[in-house]
Write a protein that binds this ligand. Structure first.
Ligand code: ATP
Length: 326
């Protein structure tokens, strides 16, 4: 592989706070290393359609603190097809771009893996998703901010729960993974946490709530990940209400506020480190890998590996929720 002259960067899948900080880092690290940087707008769909513009250092000024992604994101059905990926490769080759940084989740890396195999474009991935469900990195960009947002919201709800002796079921994001739910539960002192990875034992939950919550003189908070298998916060709350009609139960679904907002300092620094590491990896001829951070060290994880493995919840943190709510 010859020396890289041009590096493209795109964001794909769900947006996450800190993606802008990663774009900025990729663009500036590319320029620092004597390369031209190109922003691809609208994820893989924008790549297929050729929405590609040169980015200078100043074009990524004043974005490190902004949520969302200046490059926009999209889900592209066309990129799932060989024809779509061939069009995308043509767009890059026409512009002399043979190296690409993809900021996204495991779906984006699956697409990237095929793209590398079929078209010889060199791709390095940066984990950008609020869910933190990527194997091979301790934290994904956006996760810390999303948890902070959820914690602030739950703290507010706790005030009203406490004022009225209510039992709240609060649903946080996480269709397939309970990382946001678990961390939020610990940080807010919740009575229980329900996650997609573990089947909810309702008898256990009733028992647990009976111990902790009394509608006459106490309040309670249960954090529920949206992908909880028995149907999420509304469904669980209904079941509990049937068994305990005297409970003053409320449900709150936090929803999209968890995706937006200014990234935390943690996500800004993580995104900056991973952006620089992604450009370094490209210049070192690495290919089809995600850059991550494990135990404070930069790591390079093959796309195959991060796609195939799932990251487990920390069982010690799970048992802590119970220990700390006695
Ligand atoms: P998030 O975790 O935020 O959902 P993600 O990267 O997993 O992020 P997806 O919507 O799954 O988000 O994937 C983003 C894009 O990657 C898809 O819209 C599609 O264009 C491409 N992609 C996903 N899976 C594949 C696949 N199996 N083959 C080719 N391309 C894919």
């Amino acid at each position: 592989m010859g020396k890289i002259k041009r590096i493209g960067v795109l964001t794909s899948g769900g947006d996450a706070p800190g993606m802008n900080a990663a774009i900025r880092a990729v663009v500036r690290a590319a320029i620092f290393n004597g390369c031209e940087a190109y922003g691809i707008y609208g994820g893989y769909q924008g790549l297929i359609e050729g929405d590609i513009r040169r980015l200078e250092s100043r074009d990524v000024g004043n974005i490190i603190q902004r949520g969302g992604t200046i490059l926009k994101s999209a889900r592209s059905q066309e990129f799932r097809t060989e024809e779509g990926r061939a069009k995308a490769a043509e767009q890059l080759k026409e512009r002399g771009i043979y190296a690409l940084v993809v900021i996204g989740g495991d779906g984006s890396f699956t697409g990237a893996k095929y793209f590398v195999q079929e078209h010889g474009i060199q791709v390095v991935g940066i984990p950008g998703t609020i869910d933190n469900d990527l194997y091979g990195t301790d934290s994904t960009i956006g996760y810390d901010t999303a948890v902070n947002t959820a914690v602030q919201a739950v703290d507010k709800i706790k005030d009203t729960a406490s004022a009225h002796n209510r039992l709240f079921f609060i649903e946080v994001m996480g269709r397939d993974a309970g990382f946001i739910a678990l961390r939020t539960a610990i940080a807010t002192g919740a009575e229980a946490v329900l996650v997609p990875e573990i089947e909810t034992d309702l008898t256990d939950l009733y028992h647990f709530i009976e111990q902790d919550y009394n509608p006459k003189d106490s309040s309670g908070i249960v954090i529920v990940a949206e992908g909880e298998k028995s149907g999420g916060a509304y469904s669980i709350a209904e079941k509990v209400a049937q068994v305990h009609p005297n409970y003053d139960i409320r449900v709150s679904v936090l929803g999209y506020i968890q995706r937006g907002g200014s990234p935390s300092q943690f996500d800004r620094v993580l995104a900056s480190q991973l952006g620089v590491a992604a450009v370094d990896a490209l210049l070192d001829d690495q290919n089809s890998v995600m850059v991550g951070i494990m135990n404070r060290e930069i790591v390079h994880v093959p796309f195959n590996k991060t796609i195939k493995h799932t990251k487990d919840l920390n069982p010690e943190l799970l048992s802590m929720v119970r220990i700390l709510s006695v």
